[in-house]
Design a protein around this ligand. Sequence first.
Ligand code: AP5
Length: 213
Amino acid sequence: MNLLLFGAPGTGKGTQSSFLISQYKLHHISTGDLFRKALGEKTPLGLKAQSYMDRGELVPDSIVIALIEEVLADIKSGFILDGFPRTLAQAEALDSLLKNITLDLDKVLYLKVPESILIERIVGRRVAEKSGHVYHIKFNPPLKKGVCDKSGEKLIHRNDDREEVVKQRLKAYREQTEPLIEYYREKNILFELDGCGSPKEVFPRLQLMLSIS
Ligand code: AP5
């Protein structure tokens, strides 16, 4: 099963991916996480991506595609793509990369959430940088304020989760990423689902989509 979790920033792609990974043992490929890891290690890739991310803009296609090419070369099958592709050029590059390694994208699961809800979700997000655990100050608070329940790390507020940057990220999504809905609809692999409600209410809807052949 090779999946793409698709949706605007804050729709719950990372949260639902973590449920899918533990249930179905899939590889999780998140370009946002890969860029943040590279940035934490101060690699040239991370430093190149940083200015775009901090402004809420998309990292240029050439950088993202080269990164995905490297990651996919190590993965045989059974993955969830989260946050890639985000432009038509990336989607076309993905098609040809998968063709070269004789894999297919089986389903695109499109999480739909109104924009007013997204801003509250993103601005309230807190993350454990090293372990990647994700919380929300209102919808999923840690037991002890500011501390990850699982790793004990200090929780941080992502630089690009400030409201003014979030608005720019949503604009980039509307202008550059939303057209991919039609791209995947035409391929007959797009499954749309309501991403509102708690994460545990959303997950069974995802599972239902996975059971449809
Ligand atoms: P990336 O890290 O991919 O960010 P994103 O797509 O903007 O998505 P988010 O991580 O904000 O949201 P999510 O959908 O995963 O939501 P989550 O589950 O965390 O990208 C960051 C940047 O990297 C981009 O802006 C760009 O610059 C660059 N980049 C990355 N990929 C790129 C690409 N392919 N091309 C070019 N540039 C690229 O949930 C959000 C919050 O809501 C959490 O606090 C969570 O606890 C809470 N929550 C989740 N679900 C629910 C629910 N059902 N109810 C209530 N709260 C919920």
